[in-house]
Design a protein around this ligand. Sequence first.
Ligand code: TYM
Length: 334
Amino acid sequence: MPGYAVALVARVFSGIQPSGALHLGNLLGAVRNWVEDQHTDDSIFCVVDLHALTVPQDPATLRTATVQLSQLLMASGLDPAICTLFVQSHVPEHAELSWLMECTVSFGELRRMTQFKDKSDRSEFVSAALFTYPALMAADILLYDTDRVPVGDDQRQHLELARDIAGRFNGRYGDTFVVPEAAIPRAGARVMDLQNPTAKMSKSLESPLGTVYVLDELRDIERKIKRAVTDTDGEVRYDPSNKPGVSNLLSILAACTGRSPEEAAAGYSQYGPLKADTAEAVVETLRPIQSRYSELADDPAESARLLAIGAERAREVAGPVLDRARAAVGLLPR
Ligand code: TYM
């Protein structure tokens, strides 16, 4: 018998960092799928401000970014009436469970994380927390008895590690945590930079022309997509290794129109119409999000109220799970 209750509805959990502005990769790789999940599963989503602190942040910018991202998630369709949406640092159980995760993961496992290697290579100051980041991420997930974690492809390795940590903890101390599965979408799991289609679209790469931000002016979005790097052979075909630029446009078009990239390729024989249709599909995806965002941004007190309710609900789940883990390792009850 597991130490946790077996639920009838699947529990979904995912998180997003308030570092840099929300971009099309975040939306198509993750957030859009969260919006779907909330209707069918018991869904919990978190703005992970503690994770953002692993690299130096300007305090005022972090504050603004946390509010803006929370409002953008609501504008994208997360409905606090049917899902739980909260800010990580409002639920202190995350930081506490993270310690138990750090005591369960090995130095060697953390050293193999490719995101740590990438980020530490690019930074002058490498915090200890950047190294232990995946332990906090495992805590986020395991605190909620999570069955499924909808993420983009770049989080696959962190998810595998969270599963390993859960398995090791359960093996050492008895069944305590649900071992979660990653859920990675068919289209949009890896949106690439429009100017450099062999690198993923990212908040941290300085590539203003290659990154479509959800709050970009719609005409700038159109311009960025029409100027996307393609290739010279002129054939429209989904082939990410040989045709990364064209394949990226097909993935974006597919994700925005609910098809596979191969299906999206049918009917195109030139790059111009493909770019025009992709630009239109992205603009039509972002237009309603931008207009809902402008309404929500006018009422910061309301979003703060909704986030406080979310944190309260999250704590109701996280508290008992943390107590279970504390008891399992031999900490005295408080
Ligand atoms: P973050 O904030 O970098 O990204 C949030 C989500 O967006 C996805 N994503 C992409 N998907 C497709 N194409 C892209 N170019 C692209 N860029 C980003 C990410 O895969 C992610 O799903 N470590 C996480 C945050 C986190 C978390 C968690 C996630 C903390 N705790 C617990 C899940 C569960 C991160 O930095 O995501």
